[in-house]
Each structure stands twice: as C-alpha cells, then as structure tokens.
Design a protein around this ligand. Structure first.
Ligand SMILES: [Zn+2]
Length: 569
C-alpha cells in the first residue's frame, strides 16, 4: 500500500500548504489587517535575547534580516535588494584623506594663505575638489536661532552663498541649560540656510560642549606630509591586528561636492578681522564671558577656499538594509514611490557584563516597534488593494551607528533616482507613552511633516482625522529650537537632506531608552497598531494621488501646541 500512502501524504501536504496559504493572507484587508496579535508575535521574536540586541555587523542583525525577509516573501512583497534578494548591501568605508586644502584671505589688498593644518583645519570629510569664491563673509556672533531665548543671530541676513563665521563654544549666558545639541547643530543649521562654507575657532578639548572636535596640538599632520598609513605593526603576538579606520567613516559618495567646514586658530581670525571695526581679540573676550556679540558683514575682505583632498579606502565593512517593493497599479505612477522606513538594528549587548547581569539591549521600542509596524503595513499593501504608486519598504541597518543604512539608501537608492521617492514615512520608537505618562496614551509626536511639503503635513492631518479613533498629533519636537533636535536623529533625515518630504512618527523618550530594559512586555501594541494604521492611510492617500505632495520648502511652522492643517504657498 505504499503508493497509496504516498498519494495520501501528497494530498496531506497539498491541504497543509493550502491551509498555510490561507493563513498568509490576513482575514481582514488593508488597514484593518494591521492588528495587535501579529505585531506582538513578530516583535517578541525580534526583541528576544536570541537576537542579542541586533547590533550592526552581528549574527543577531542577520537573524532579524532573515526573519523580516521570509515574511516579505510569504506576503508576495517584491525583493528590491541586490541580485533579486531582499538585502541591499551597505558598504561602510573607512577613508584616509590626504588634504591639500587651503584658504587664501585678502584684507584690504593684503593677502595670506593658510594651508590645512597651518592655522586652519578642514574637516577630513571635505568632499570633492572645488574652489569657493568667498566674496561675502558674514560674522553671525554665536550663530544661534533660539526664539525662546530671544536669540536670532541670522535676523535680516541671507546666508545663501556666504561664508559664515560664528564663535563661542558655550553660547551666550542667556542660552537655556541643556542646549548642547543646539550648539552642536550650528554648522549644520548654517548649511541648511545655504552657507557656502562655515568657519569657527578651534576649541581645545573639553573647553565647551558642542564644539567641533579638534585634534590635540601636534596631532594634525603637517601639510605636505605623506598620507601616513597609521596602521601599527601587525602580526606579532596573538589576537587580531589593530584595524585602521582611516580619518573618517562613511557610507556616502564621499567625493561629491559639499560645503566645507573649517576650524581655525587665533592667527587666522586676527588677520580675518584686521580690517573690521571690532577686532577679533575683543570678540574672543566677549565670547569667553558669554556676553552678547555683535553681528556684521566683513567689509573689504575676500576669501578663496580651495577644497582639495585625495581619498583612500582603508577599511570596508558590510551590513544590509532589508528592502521590498509593492508595485503600484498605475502603469506610469508605479515608477514613483511612497517609502516606509524603520531601523531594525539596535545596540547589541555589553560585552563586559558580569554573568547573570542583563546586558542585552533588546530594543523592543527602539526600533523593534517601527520595524514590526512597517511589516504590518507591507503586508496590508501586498495582500490588499493596490494604490497607483508603488510602495517601498526599507528596514535600515546601522541607524544607531549614525544613520548608516538610510544615508546609503539616500545616496544609492534602489529606485534609481531619489526623486522618484515622493514621500518617506519613518517610524522609530512608536510603542510607548512619552515619559511613561498615561496622559500621553493617545499622543504621537509628528516631526518634520511641514518642513518640505505643507501638503504632506495636511494629508497626514486629514488621514488622522479620517480614523475611527484619531490620535493626538503633537508637534512639540518639530520646533527647530527643541533641545532634543529630534528632526536630525533618525533615518528620515537622510531622505529629507536630499529634498524628500518626510513624516517622522515617534511616541517619545522614556526611562528605558537605550537601556537593556527596553523590552517587549512594555510595548503598547494597540498604540503601535493605530500609528501604523495612520501611516498606512497617509501613504495610501499619497500613493493614490496623481500629484506628488508639492514641495514648498517653508520650513518648520507647526510647534508646541499646534493643531491641524497649515496654509502653504
Ligand atoms: Zn536608538
């Protein structure tokens, strides 16, 4: 009876497979398929000790990638990674830079050239070769814009195309406490305003928070010195040879042109301000005392900035983004994308922990919650109604190491051209109540929605209002002067920096943030479900619209206490 038995087995397998198939497609479709039980089951695995805290470059992260990819395959999400897989290789490069950069300053007809390492220090990551004609130089005092402290060093100034000079590592005395992130953000803010270059005084280590890091005296290689491969002698004794990380680590196209960031010594500034009414020594003295600083254009001064470095890759590490696509239904619009993002990496485990000590950073909220939220959204689109545009899903690696996966994707988009991504919706930590306060149970922080596209902000507001039980959308952390500077701290920022309109959903910080106690038992799955449904609905509306959200670039307007829609251009 063997053949018969075989036949029965085959039948049984067919039935079982069919049963599994029926389970793959959720009973409910679209947004209704985004439901607590699956979110909980997926996150229970992703945040388990088995995955060892999902640190980038570890087996734990690889297990997480495989788990997400196998679900995508089950749901019929199309692989969008390398060679028909769900994995996009992220190349993390250690780069040695051999700088030949310099700045020539002309003050009332007198000229001096400062080579990199001789009075001025260029950021090692200075981008491709270029010459900047710095005919307009603006001294902007402390370089701060903090309305709450009535500080606006850019008042009446257009920074576009100008060389911006600011100083004062600690800011003025009236700057609120805990403003370290605002001080660190000054150079980035100046570039955001279109500055051609930013020059600030070098600050000795430990002299102030937020200062640009400066090598200790003598550590800067003399100009003209060969690019010293600093790798120490290897091969003697046991253990791995020390690794040469180069001068900087990047996933970006490091030879693209970018505005330079320079720190300089007193002799440079003494000369730069030598024709000004207010001399550098006076400004330096005021800044040291944290007194108010004047702001003025430097008249009669010209500057030529020569950016010139050769780069050598000295280290390559590989990690992976998990990437899938659900194709849109419109033959033309399907070539454009609404992107969903989260990061599936976290902080790993403390290698020096004592036996029995909880040393695993499970990262259930950060960002297991966002990872399972976009899994549910991917399934909802893959098994439910298809909108006109395509949907791109990216589980980024290396977020905790500095937005590595998203910076790589933004520079090497799987869509071919980043402008095909009409919106990016990012979820990072969407499973808790801010500060563990139940008063925040219905609240989600919305960050960045208004900055590039007012229309996107309004679509998200409308989508929320259409839900059976709308969430309370809180814009407090969208304030550019917010001390947490959240807008730049997760993956959406890599897309926004390339001009893609974004929304960042975030339920706020809590006592378990970046601690081994960020565990699955503390996740509020009903809340993850509702935020995922909001993001689904916002994305669905954009994906079904014939017009991409208009980029009016009006910047942040919704802040603390803001409610509802905004007027665009
Ligand atoms: Zn984190």
């Amino acid at each position: 009876m063997r053949p018969r038995r075989v036949l029965l087995s085959a039948l049984l397998i067919t039935v079982l497979t069919a049963g599994a198939g029926a389970q793959q497609a959720p009973a409910r479709r679209g947004a209704a398929s985004i439901a607590e039980p699956e979110l909980k089951s997926w996150l229970t695995y992703l945040s388990s000790d088995e995955l060892q805290g999902r640190a980038t470059y570890t087996e734990g992260l690889g297990l997480a990638a495989g788990y997400i990819a196998s679900h995508l395959q089950q749901w019929g999400v199309k692989p969008a990674g390398d060679n028909g897989t769900y994995l996009q290789t992220v190349r993390v490069l250690g780069i040695r830079a051999n700088s030949k950069a310099s700045i020539t300053v002309d003050v009332n007809g007198q000229s001096r050239t400062f080579k990199d390492g001789e009075g001025v220090t260029f950021s090692k990551e200075m981008g491709g070769k270029q010459t900047i004609d710095g005919s307009e130089i603006a001294f902007v005092g402390y370089g701060l814009e903090v309305p709450a402290a009535e500080l606006n060093d850019y008042e009446g100034l257009t920074a576009t195309g100008k060389v911006i000079v600011y100083m004062g590592p600690q800011g003025p005395a009236n700057l609120p406490q805990a403003s370290g992130r605002l001080l660190s953000a000054r150079t980035r803010e100046a570039f955001g305003k279109g500055a051609a270059a930013v020059i600030t005084p070098s600050v000795a280590r430990g002299a102030g928070r937020g200062a640009a890091p400066v090598p200790a005296s003598g550590a800067t290689p003399a100009a003209g010195a060969p690019a010293a491969p600093a790798a120490p002698a290897a091969g003697r004794g046991f253990g791995p040879a020390p690794v040469d990380n180069g001068d900087f680590t990047t996933v970006k196209r490091y030879e693209d042109i970018t505005p330079p960031q320079v720190t300089a010594q007193d002799e440079f500034f003494d000369f730069l301000f030598s024709g000004s009414e207010v001399k550098y020594a006076e400004l330096k003295d005021k800044a040291a005392k944290r007194e108010p600083l004047p702001r003025f254009p430097l008249k009669g001064v010209k500057m030529t900035i020569n950016v010139d470095a050769d780069y050598q890759v000295v280290r390559t590490r590989l990690t992976h983004n998990v990437v899938g696509i659900v194709e849109g239904s419109d033959p033309t619009l399907k070539d454009t994308y609404v992107a969903y993002g989260a990061h599936y990496d976290h902080n790993g485990f403390r290698e020096g922990a004592k036996p029995g000590e909880d040393a695993i950073y499970n990262g259930a909220d950060d960002d297991g919650s966002g990872s399972v939220a976009i899994m549910a959204i991917a399934r909802a689109f893959a098994t439910g109604p298809k909108p006109k545009r395509s949907l791109l899903f990216v589980w980024h690696a290396g977020e905790e190491n500095g937005l590595l996966g998203s910076e790589y994707m933004a520079d090497h988009p799987v869509t071919g051209d980043i402008s095909k991504i009409v919106t990016q919706l990012n979820m990072d930590m969407v499973g808790r109540n801010q500060n563990d306060d139940v008063a925040n149970a219905n609240m989600v922080l919305v960050v960045g929605s208004d900055r590039i596209s007012t229309e996107l902000h309004n679509i998200n507001e409308d989508a929320n209002a259409s839900l059976a039980k709308p969430l309370t959308l809180d814009y407090t952390m969208n304030d550019p002067a917010d001390p947490q500077q959240i807008y730049t701290r997760s993956d959406h920022y890599s897309y926004a920096a390339k001009g893609v309109p974004i929304v960042f959903y975030f339920t706020g910080l809590h006592p378990d943030y970046h601690r081994p106690t960020d565990t699955v038992d503390k996740i509020i799955f009903d809340k993850v479900q509702r935020i995922a449904q909001l993001a689904y609905e916002t994305g669905r509306r954009i994906a079904n619209s014939d017009k991409a959200p208009v980029k009016d670039n009006l910047g942040p307007r919704a802040g603390k206490g803001h409610k509802g829609k905004l007027a665009g251009k």
